[in-house]
Design a protein around this ligand. Structure first.
Ligand SMILES: Cc1cc2nc3c(=O)[nH]c(=O)nc-3n(C[C@H](O)[C@H](O)[C@H](O)COP(=O)(O)OP(=O)(O)OC[C@H]3O[C@@H](n4cnc5c(N)ncnc54)[C@H](O)[C@@H]3O)c2cc1C
Length: 561
């Protein structure tokens, strides 16, 4: 069963045609490729690239026919056919990850063979070819997802937190997967027996047809799929960005497009908090709104197009403050040296102090409201907790597919915390009930949340409802623990930058330079903080993106000091 939920599906014009996905190059365009590659002959059935091989070469067909072949269960399927003038490649050409299918010559002919690194350099310099290639690569990835061409099978249950986490991880990384639903698929036992898997091991990921991972971490999945293999982790970078939310991705796009050697380190998947938003309606240029995942997918491709590299599912664990160049340590102990650093680690969801909360996380309690969660509670009654814009958006979004949405707000109204346009939408929706001065006091259930008790904070009266889905949209706290006090933070843990740093704080932090910190610069020279993690930031996608791009201007200054 192919999963068609990749955010990339939405990210292109739905009226795209084959000409955009499989364009035929003009003689002048072919000659620009020929200038950076070698022309060589191919023989019938010659395998140019094996399925699962790291993507390192690109081919333009001069004569003959090249095909993309998917092999499954002993049979072969032709996924695409390239005639003279056409070229190979899809999204892995940008990331350098492993290819999903085999590339093979169907008959004798000639191709231009180009190293991936040289192709990426050409893409940055030649905007006409860049447009043709990037569009084709993304459309082809969408087609692969739709056709179920995938090297990952996820076996799990829709009522399981681990299954939800892995679905979100693969989706947010634009990686196609097939899903076998244990609750519905009667033949699944054969599959489990074949790989000697017990039911207690689920969710199970069968990775690249060979490796069986039992309830794996996101990091284990990323390692198995080789997400980070193509990245050189040892050389000294101009700039390392920690966090790939909107601010980090913006810094990556601007940094890489301005010629900096940029590496992004992301502990989970690209998109950050914005990636869990069903629809962002106040971001410039998207009058009908855009889902957070779609925005992140676009930004991720854009950053890679300009040559930024992203390490996925590995978080920064330490920054050595007293060492230049700076050294960043990540989850697996790898040490990454950098001349400058941008901290873009944003914020984490605040959790309600409920005794058994973790028991229901992913099994009735969710921190994001995207189409994945919406599918789990179709036609049911749900609760959204919170009085900010994220709660309002979630309520409006969920009201489209659920029977009733209870919006629980602790304060006595929404006007101080939510945008007017959202309040109007909530009020106009007949299936949304706004319950002010209310807070959840207990969750109950077994393997899945079954009921919720809430209290009116003024009258102390309590009521229990058989609601199986709660969306916690209760704000966030800065993700700064990993910094271990390396940079000056305010009393709430947000990072202080620029003129917010007092002379006393700079003295205490041993600020070594005659100049004062630049805008967005922390108490460590050349280390910047942007977006939600920064004290005084506006907690909006647009401001996070703006700060990420502004910081890059100051990175250039520091590199020239
Ligand atoms: C549900 C929801 C809806 C929202 N809707 C809107 C909206 O409509 N309009 C709007 O303007 N704003 C909206 N916001 C707010 C907006 O999403 C945030 O302001 C924005 O995402 C902040 O971007 P950021 O890059 O600073 O941080 P984040 O988005 O928090 O991203 C931080 C990234 O850093 C990563 N990270 C954390 N620690 C580490 C580490 N140690 N190492 C490596 N990586 C790490 C995280 O995994 C994450 O990907 C919404 C927020 C939510 C939660």
């Amino acid at each position: 069963m192919p999963d068609e939920s990749s955010p990339l599906i939405d990210s292109m014009d739905p009226n795209h045609d084959d000409a955009a996905m499989f364009p035929t190059l003009t003689p002048s365009q072919i000659s620009r490729f020929a200038a950076i590659g070698i022309i060589r002959k191919v023989t019938p059935l010659e395998v140019l690239v094996e399925a699962g091989e790291r993507t390192s070469r690109f081919f333009v067909v001069i004569s003959g026919i090249i095909q993309i072949i998917q092999a499954a269960d002993g049979t072969e399927k032709i996924v695409a056919t390239f005639q003279p003038g056409m070229f190979t490649g899809e999204a892995t050409m940008l990331s350098g990850r492993r290819g999903l299918a085999q590339i093979r010559a169907a008959e004798a002919g000639e191709v231009i063979e180009i190293e991936r690194e040289r192709l990426l350099t050409l893409v940055q310099a030649d905007s006409e070819l860049s447009d043709i290639l990037i569009r084709a690569f993304i459309l082809r990835r969408i087609q692969l997802v739709a056709q179920g061409v995938s090297d990952v099978v996820l076996v799990g249950s829709t009522n399981c937190a681990g299954t939800l986490r892995i679905k979100e991880f693969l989706t947010r990384n634009g990686h196609p997967y097939s899903f076998v639903d244990l609750d519905r698929d009667t033949h699944v036992q054969d599959l489990l027996d074949r790989f000697r898997v017990d039911l207690k091991d689920v969710p199970v990921v069968i990775c690249r047809g060979r490796t069986v991972l039992r309830n794996p971490s996101n990091e284990a999945i990323a390692d198995c799929l080789g997400f980070n293999e193509a990245i050189d982790q040892s050389h000294l970078r101009d700039l390392i960005i920690v966090g790939a939310g909107p601010s980090g991705l913006a810094a990556a796009v601007y940094g890489a497009s301005e010629g900096l050697d940029v590496l992004v380190v992301e502990s989970d998947s690209p998109g950050g908090q914005a990636g869990s938003s069903s629809k962002i309606e106040n971001y410039l240029g998207f009058p009908t709104g855009i889902s957070g995942q779609e925005l992140a997918a676009r930004a991720y491709n854009q950053a890679q197009k300009f040559g930024a590299q992203l390490i996925i599912a590995k978080g920064a664990t330490k920054l050595t403050c007293d060492h230049k160049p700076y050294i960043l340590q990540i989850d697996d102990g790898t040490i990454l040296p950098a001349r400058t650093i941008i901290i873009a680690t944003g914020a984490e969801y605040r959790k309600l102090a409920l005794e058994n909360l973790t028991q229901f996380e992913g099994a009735g309690v969710y921190y994001g409201a995207t189409f994945i969660e919406a599918q789990l509670c179709k036609g049911e009654e749900v609760i959204v907790v919170g009085g900010g814009n994220s709660a309002g958006q979630a309520a409006v979004f969920l009201a489209q597919t659920t029977r009733r949405v209870h919006l629980l707000v602790r304060s006595d109204g929404l006007s101080q915390t939510m945008s007017r346009y959202l309040i109007r939408r909530l009020e106009q929706s007949p299936s949304i009930e706004i319950r002010t001065q209310s807070e959840i006091v207990a969750l109950d259930g077994d393997s899945h949340l079954e009921s919720v008790r809430w209290r009116n904070v003024q009258t102390s009266s309590e009521e229990t409802h058989n609601v199986r889905h709660v969306f916690m949209m209760t704000g966030a706290v800065p993700t700064t623990r990993w910094l271990d006090g390396c940079v000056v933070q305010d009393s709430n843990g947000f990072i202080k930058t620029g003129s917010d740093l007092t002379p006393d704080e700079l003295v205490a932090a041993k600020w070594p330079l005659a100049r004062l910190p630049h805008l967005l610069e922390t108490s460590l020279p050349g280390v910047f903080a942007v977006g939600d993690v920064r004290g005084g930031s506006l907690k909006r996608v647009a401001s996070a993106v703006g700060e990420g791009s502004i910081a890059v201007a100051f990175v250039h200054k520091v590199l020239h000091e």
